[in-house]
Design a protein. Structure first.
Length: 398
């Protein structure tokens, strides 16, 4: 007994009086509960009632399903898909988005499938493109929760049947059968139209801070002092009605800008494997692919640039869901669906006839004079941050 008292005094000295009182109260309640069966019974029924009357049900999430068997991968459509998921999440007031990739082929799906170059037939490049280009796009939603991948429809159906109480599904018919491309396109675009009609704005896609910091650091390292980067994207093959500007038009436009806007440097972005013939060697052109920039890094270059100009295809679709000033040339006659949400510095030009470099230059001139250049230079010095291990990472003194 005497030893216990001495031990208690020593604990008071070591831990303080407050701890000693708290510990004593715990011991008293523990002793009373252990010796008193009535109290144990009350506590048991209290916990049981909480379990039965107030079960913990996690809040539903949105589950987006991309079935590669019925809808092959396309960069622009993937960006629209993520943007539509963002819009749907806000409309239904859901907290998070989970993504599900379904494919039935032996190889990971890719745009290269069926059009491989020599040496690309083994599926390695398909997997590389999938990992470097497709999956990082999901991060742009800003509410990315989980990723599920299934190599067969049966596996996906089993997963969804066990977890359907946790999810709202998009597209809604994905649970019963592969979604036809036409139905998938209509569902995605219907969500975007309803969102823009209701809010007067486009759902925003955001590049993760790590990639955005790398993009600003890239500009500090690669651009001449005082230069303003303008990102540019174009299609090497004709799309839509074939009237959107092609490579020769862009080269003539770039040469004229070198004379009229000597402080502008064009940073070309585009899919891996594009040749960019005729663009290399020009003083006012940087080709992002030459520095190993992945799809998400090229989107970061677009997001961190002063403005964007190009054709509406592939990565260029990103600017529709951003705050970057842009002029976007579109071959399909559906520009009306964007009119309610376009400002003076964000224009979609529906091209109904062949367009020349003079027209492109006039469009760019109006865009250039609206850019807040001082704000861009302040941002690049504030947010530039090298990405550890990236081949373009250098230390830049500001």
């Amino acid at each position: 007994m005497f030893k216990k008292i001495l031990s208690g005094i020593e604990k008071v000295r070591r831990y303080g009086l407050r701890f000693a009182v708290h510990h004593l109260i715990q011991r008293i309640f523990f002793y009373w509960g252990f010796k008193n069966p009535a109290r144990q019974l009350v506590v048991f029924f209290l916990h049981l009632s909480r379990t039965l009357l107030k079960p913990h049900a996690p809040q539903k999430r949105l589950l987006g399903v991309w079935d590669f068997r019925s809808h092959p991968r396309s960069m622009g459509e993937a960006l629209e898909f993520v943007a539509a998921m963002n819009a749907l999440m806000k409309q239904q007031k859901l907290p998070m988005i989970d993504h599900c990739m379904v494919y039935d082929d032996a190889d990971i799906p890719s745009e290269r499938k069926g059009n491989e170059q020599p040496g690309e037939e083994n599926g390695y490049y398909n997997a590389r493109d999938y990992l470097l280009d497709v999956l990082p796009i999901l991060q742009t939603s800003g509410a990315f929760g989980a990723l599920f991948q299934f190599s067969s429809r049966n596996e996906f159906n089993g997963f969804y049947m066990e977890n359907r109480h946790r999810y709202d599904l998009f597209p809604a018919t994905a649970a019963t059968s592969p979604v036809e491309p036409r139905i998938f396109d209509e569902a995605r675009q219907r969500v975007l139209r309803e969102y823009t009609a209701k809010t007067g704005s486009m759902p925003q896609l955001r590049v993760p801070p790590r990639e955005l910091g790398w993009a600003y650091d890239f500009y500090l390292a690669k651009l001449p002092e005082g230069a303003l980067p303008i990102t540019l994207s174009f299609e090497e093959h004709f799309s839509g009605n074939g009237f959107t500007p092609h490579a020769e038009t862009w080269l003539s436009f770039i040469d004229k800008c070198q004379r009229e806007f000597p402080d502008v440097v064009f940073v070309t972005v585009g899919p891996r494997g594009r040749r960019f013939e005729g663009f290399r060697g020009r003083e006012n052109v940087i080709i992002a692919n030459d520095y190993g920039a992945t799809a998400i890094e090229q989107m970061a270059l677009v997001s961190a640039s002063g403005a964007f100009i190009g054709t509406d295809a592939g990565l260029a679709s990103f600017v529709l869901f951003s705050s970057v000033p842009y002029v976007l040339y579109q071959g399909a006659p559906d520009v009306d669906r964007w009119k309610p949400v376009l400002s003076g510095l964000q224009r979609v030009v529906c091209v109904q006839k062949p367009i020349n470099s003079e027209q492109v230059f006039d469009d760019f001139t109006g865009l250039f004079h609206g850019i807040q250049k001082e704000r861009w230079f302040a941002n690049v010095r504030t947010f530039a941050k090298p990405k550890h291990g990236h081949p373009t990472s250098v230390t830049v003194k500001v």
